[in-house]
Ligand binder design. Structure first.
Ligand code: MG
Length: 223
């Protein structure tokens, strides 16, 4: 499988419209595990494709059996009730906040109800590094993890790498493989994945250590 050959050790899949076919979905999930082997971590991003628990619950036993490492964005953030019910239904860690939370305050009802395991704020939507550090403080003794969301550019990946490197435990760096020009060519010295699926942050560097590709920025600028 090309991504595994490139060094990736964790793969996240999204719920797609074909998940409406339950048998097809169960069969595809099992085939995916067979394809990637037992050592590859698999995660599921519902990406708000479902609106209620009953749409997701038929797949939970299979996701558990296949050792999925988290379920992300299962429902709209306003649907706290089904997040709570999902937490009671499964041992798979539950991620929230990837697209929609903009400050620590929005995590508070979820924290109060113990309705998540992993906070997934997107640093570009969440008030930047300062708010991320506040969240780190807020969750420090709450037995919650932080895995920052990212899919859009190497700038986000650079910020997230620095944030993750300050955490005591090792967590995944979200790393989109989108062919988009802005994803692939926005900086001149992109992070690369080594054969163990790791990225290295250079010790000697200014700021985030990235060099913007101004040709791409100018060619994409609308004046
Ligand atoms: Mg997501």
């Amino acid at each position: 499988m090309p991504l595994l050959d490139q060094g990736f050790r964790r793969l996240k899949i999204c719920v797609e419209p074909w998940w409406q076919d339950k048998d097809k979905t169960l069969s595809n999930l099992s085939y995916l595990r067979q394809l990637v082997g037992q050592d590859c971590h698999l995660m599921l991003d519902v990406a708000l494709e479902f609106t209620q628990l009953e749409q997701l619950s038929p797949f939970i036993p299979r996701l558990e059996a296949l050792d999925f490492k988290w379920i992300e964005a299962p429902f709209n953030l306003e649907n706290l009730k089904d997040h709570i019910r999902l937490k009671q239904l499964t041992r798979i860690p539950l991620g929230v906040g990837d697209l929609g939370m903009t400050t620590c305050r929005e995590f508070e009802p979820y924290l109060k109800e113990a309705a998540f395991d992993i906070a997934q704020p997107d640093i570009t939507l969440f008030g930047g590094v300062s708010e991320m550090m506040k969240l780190k403080q807020l969750l420090a003794d709450k037995n919650k993890r932080i895995v920052p969301h990212a899919y859009n550019s190497d700038i986000t990946i650079a910020v997230n790498s620095h944030f993750l490197s300050c955490q005591p435990q090792q967590e995944a760096l979200e790393y989109s493989t989108s062919p988009s020009l802005l994803r692939q060519a926005l900086i001149k010295n992109p992070y690369s994945i080594d054969s163990n699926g790791m990225v290295t942050i250079a010790k000697e560097q200014d700021g985030l250590g990235i060099k913007l590709n101004w040709d791409i920025i100018q060619s994409c600028t609308i004046r």
